[in-house]
Structure formats: structure tokens, C-alpha cells
Design a protein around this ligand. Structure first.
Ligand SMILES: [Zn+2]
Length: 147
């Protein structure tokens, strides 16, 4: 079975083998539980945090996705319900869009991490033979609070 890049990233799979799950639990509104990651991929052993503070930049990713989704939902709203300066349809869209974004938030937070790691860890078709890159030096626990 070969998962493509998009299916792997959208499904929050390990980017190296595209098999193992990055997160321990199914998507849940319990945000703390939702974000618990496997320390390493349960299938190929790829570390999910490849350096200290690795996921720091993901807030930019989720922000960009939030903006993108809002533009898409506005476009769909304009094409189906329509927009007019004579009534409140634009404000109804704002409310509906806010609800949509809140509902999608647990998944968006995970997706931004999944995308993030997929930009740093390359797919390895021979992951069964090769060892994952050793990141223990970069993950030196003594340095964990020094960045
Ligand atoms: Zn893996």
C-alpha cells in the first residue's frame, strides 16, 4: 500500500514511512489529549520532534490555513447564498465561518504539525532497510530549555 504525500500529510501520518500515526489519540475536542504525539513513529522509528522547539513555527501554518479556509468559505457563501450590501448576509457568513473554524480547530492544529514535519522529514521508500536519522544530539535534554 502506497500512501501519497497529500494523503499522508492530511491523515497525520509519519512523513518518512507514511504508515505510522503521528498522534496517539483520535481527533478530540480535548485539546491537550488531541495534541499528544508519539515520541517516535510506531512503524519506522522516525522521531516526531526532530529538534528542540521544533513545532514552534506551526502557529504560522495554522494561521495561514485559517485565512485560506475563510476565503474558501466566503467564496462558497458568495456563490450559494450570495452577498449583498443591503442585508446582513455578510455578517451571517462571519458567524458561520467562526463556527466552522472552531469546529475544525482540533484537526487544524494537528494538520499544521503534520504539514510542518512533512517539510523537514523526507519520504524514504526504503524505510524498512534504512535507519531514521539519529536526532538524539539535537534533542539533548540538557539543552531543552536553552533555546
Ligand atoms: Zn514512520
Amino acid at each position: 500500500m502506497n500512501r501519497g504525500y497529500a494523503a499522508s500529510a492530511l491523515g497525520c501520518r509519519c512523513p518518512r514511512c507514511r504508515e505510522g500515526k503521528l498522534f496517539q489519540n483520535p481527533v478530540t475536542i480535548n485539546l491537550k489529549k488531541n495534541m499528544v504525539m508519539n515520541k517516535e513513529c510506531p512503524v519506522c522509528g522516525q522521531a516526531t520532534e526532530i529538534e528542540v522547539g521544533f513545532y514552534y513555527g506551526t502557529s504560522y501554518v495554522s494561521y495561514a490555513m485559517t485565512v485560506g479556509l475563510s476565503l474558501i468559505s466566503l467564496a462558497i457563501w458568495a456563490l450559494t447564498i450570495g452577498l449583498s450590501v443591503d442585508d446582513n448576509r455578510f455578517f451571517y457568513w462571519m458567524g458561520a465561518n467562526a463556527v466552522l473554524l472552531i469546529v475544525l480547530q482540533p484537526w487544524l492544529m494537528r494538520l499544521s504539525r503534520s504539514l510542518w514535519i512533512s517539510w523537514f522529514v523526507k519520504y524514504d521508500a526504503d524505510w524498512r532497510q534504512n535507519q531514521p536519522v539519529d536526532v538524539s544530539e539535537r534533542m539533548n535534554p540538557d539543552q531543552a530549555n536553552n533555546w
